[in-house]
Design a protein around this ligand. Structure first.
Ligand SMILES: NC(=O)C1=CN([C@@H]2O[C@H](COP(=O)(O)OP(=O)(O)OC[C@H]3O[C@@H](n4cnc5c(N)ncnc54)[C@H](OP(=O)(O)O)[C@@H]3O)[C@@H](O)[C@H]2O)C=CC1
Ligand SMILES: O=CCCC(=O)O
Length: 286
């Protein structure tokens, strides 16, 4: 089966590569066309536009940065809508808000196509290993129910994650400033993780990100600009539903500050640099 793939960033590249490895014929498109070459070398065909990919493929998957990218690829000239129709499906795996997902779903359905929203939980490594958790909603699925619920669930998960990342950063700073070793804090958190009976704080993310944070190494698995986008969209969802979220709002401010310091393309754990600055143990500069 020929599968289309739109968006070959950190996640899309890994996901499309896995499709090829598992025997699918894949046609790829990326806004920056040069990024298609690596996939072409693995056997993918390169489409010139989103529309040309959809015209060739029964199912097309998208993995794009944010709502404006997701909408642009569907609605703009040479976009998905020009070729989607009966017998074809479009699966958007980007992290967006429910309104974006609903707008795309309605447009695709109006043209006779099928739509799934399917944001993922996991990051670069799970994507490379084929271990992403898919939060799907839409046609022919019970999963999370009506379109929009997949997007909302993904935003709630990432809002919690963003607050946890700030909390870890503050913990590392507090350990340091109060005369403790931040590394020992990680060791303690790790031992709580592996001893499941002590596991209320069990948390693979701390284990994965903590050591690289202490090294000041922020090679992007999940770019900070995307984490801040997800906080922003989750806070908007909170507004709509009159849910007070002061912890998340504060975490969002730290991510915004990090973006303003030029850390948007670094891993989201780079928010530690901002927290260090605010806590007085550093300048806040990368
Ligand atoms: N990285 C992670 O750990 C995870 C990310 N996500 C979500 O997955 C999505 C992709 O993330 P990731 O791969 O990390 O991000 P990247 O920044 O690495 O990739 C973003 C992709 O979107 C494309 N893009 C951006 N703007 C536009 C536009 N206006 N029109 C067309 N294409 C556009 C980029 O194209 P170009 O190459 O031309 O810039 C690129 O292919 C995001 O929604 C993110 O929140 C979900 C789970 C985990
Ligand atoms: O949406 C991104 C999730 C990243 C992660 O789970 O590390």
């Amino acid at each position: 089966m020929e599968v289309g793939f739109l968006g070959l960033g950190i996640m899309g590249k890994a996901m499309a590569t896995n499709l090829l490895r598992h025997g699918f014929r894949v046609t790829v498109w990326n806004r920056t066309l040069a990024k298609c070459q690596e996939l072409a070398a693995l056997g993918a065909t390169v489409g010139e536009t989103p529309a040309s990919v959809v015209s060739k493929c029964r199912y097309t998957i998208a993995m794009l940065s944010d709502p404006s990218a997701a909408l642009s690829v569907v609605f703009d000239k040479d976009g998905v809508l020009e070729q989607i129709g009966s017998g074809k499906g479009y699966v958007d795996m980007s992290t967006v808000d429910a309104a974006t997902s609903t707008k795309i779903s309605e447009a695709v359905k109006q043209k006779g196509g099928a739509f799934l929203e399917a944001p993922v939980s996991g990051s670069k490594k799970p994507a490379e290993d084929g271990q992403l958790v898919i939060l799907a909603a839409g046609d022919k699925s019970f999963f999370l129910g009506e379109i929009g619920n997949g997007a909302k669930m993904k935003l709630v998960v990432n809002m919690v994650m963003g607050s946890m990342m700030n909390s870890l950063s503050e913990g590392l700073c507090l350990a340091d400033k109060s005369g403790l070793s931040p590394q020992t804090l990680l060791d303690v958190l790790y031992s709580l993780t592996i001893k499941k009976d002590l596991g209320a704080i069990a948390n693979p993310m701390f284990k994965l990100k903590g050591p690289t944070m202490l090294q000041g190494s922020y090679s992007p698995a999940f770019p900070l600009k995307h984490q801040q986008k997800d906080m922003r969209l989750a806070l908007a969802l909170g507004d709509e539903n009159a849910v007070a979220m002061p912890v998340s709002a504060a975490a969002n401010e730290a991510f915004k500050k990090a973006r303003s310091l030029g850390l948007g393309d670094q891993d989201f754990s780079a928010v530690y640099e901002v927290v260090k600055g605010a806590g007085g143990s550093g300048s806040g500069q990368p």
